[in-house]
Design a protein around this ligand. Structure first.
Ligand code: C5P
Length: 201
C-alpha cells in the first residue's frame, strides 16, 4: 500500500536528517526533492537553459559532485521559481510518492502541491539564526571562510525567495504538524516526527 509522508520546511531546519531517519524507521523509500532543483541549478550554472535542463534531467545529473555547494543552492532557488521548471519535475515526484512500500518526500511544496493527499505531513522549521549557525558550523568543518553573518544573509535570502515566489511557495500545509527544531536534539526531533506519523497510521 502506498503511504506518503510529506516533510517540508526551510534550509537547515533538520528536514533531511529527520526524513532519512523517518524513512529508515518505517522501511520507506526517501526522495530529497531539493536535489532535483539543485541538479537543474547546477546545469544552469553549466550554461544549460533551466527549463530545458529540467525537462531533460536524468539520474546521472543527480550524482553531480558539487550539488551541495552554496552556489548551487542559490541557483536551485532561482530555477525553482520558474513554473515550467517545477512542472517538469511533478510527475517524477508523484510517481515516487506512489511506491507500494511507502515513501518519504522532503522539500518545500510536498504537502501543499506535490502530494496534497499525503497521509502524514510535517513542517520542520527553526529560527533563521539557529539554521545559519548549523550551516556555518558545517561549512567551517569543510574549511570555508564565510562569516556567520554572510551565512545568515544567504539563509534569509533563500527563505525570502522560496516563500515569496508565486509558483508553489514554501509554506506549511493547513494539515501539517509543525516541528520547531530550534531547541531540540536530533534524537528528540526524530522522535517527535515519528510520533506525529504514528498518529496517522
Ligand atoms: O532542500 P534544498 O536546500 O536542497 O533545496 C534547494 C532549493 O530547491 C530550495 O531553496 C528551493 O528553492 C528549491 N526546492 C523547491 N521545492 C522543493 C525542494 C526544493 O522549490 N520541493
Amino acid at each position: 500500500m502506498p503511504f506518503t509522508i510529506a516533510i517540508d520546511g526551510p534550509a537547515a531546519a533538520g528536514k533531511g536528517t529527520i526524513s532519512k531517519a523517518v524513512a529508515a524507521h518505517y522501511g520507506f523509500a526517501h526522495l530529497d526533492t531539493g536535489l532535483l532543483y539543485r541538479a537543474v541549478g547546477a546545469r544552469m550554472l553549466d550554461g544549460v537553459e533551466p527549463i530545458e535542463a529540467a525537462q531533460t534531467l536524468t539520474s546521472k545529473d543527480l550524482e553531480a559532485p558539487d550539488l551541495r555547494s552554496h552556489e548551487v543552492a542559490q541557483a536551485a532557488s532561482k530555477v525553482a521559481a520558474i513554473p515550467e521548471v517545477r512542472e517538469a519535475l511533478v510527475d517524477f515526484q508523484r510517481a515516487f510518492a506512489q511506491r507500494q512500500g511507502g515513501a518519504v518526500l522532503d522539500g518545500r511544496d510536498i504537502g501543499t502541491v506535490i502530494c496534497p493527499e499525503a497521509e502524514a505531513k510535517l513542517y520542520v522549521t527553526a529560527s533563521a539564526e539557529v539554521r545559519a549557525g548549523r550551516r556555518y558550523k558545517e561549512l567551517q568543518g569543510k574549511g570555508s571562510e564565510l562569516s556567520f553573518d554572510a551565512v545568515l544573509a544567504e539563509v534569509k535570502e533563500r527563505d525570502a525567495r522560496d516563500s515569496e515566489r508565486a509558483s508553489a511557495p514554501m509554506k506549511p500545509a493547513a494539515d501539517a504538524v509543525l516541528i520547531d527544531t530550534s531547541e531540540l536534539s536530533i534524537e528528540d526531533a526524530v522522535a517527535a516526527a515519528i510520533h506525529a506519523v504514528d498518529a496517522k497510521r
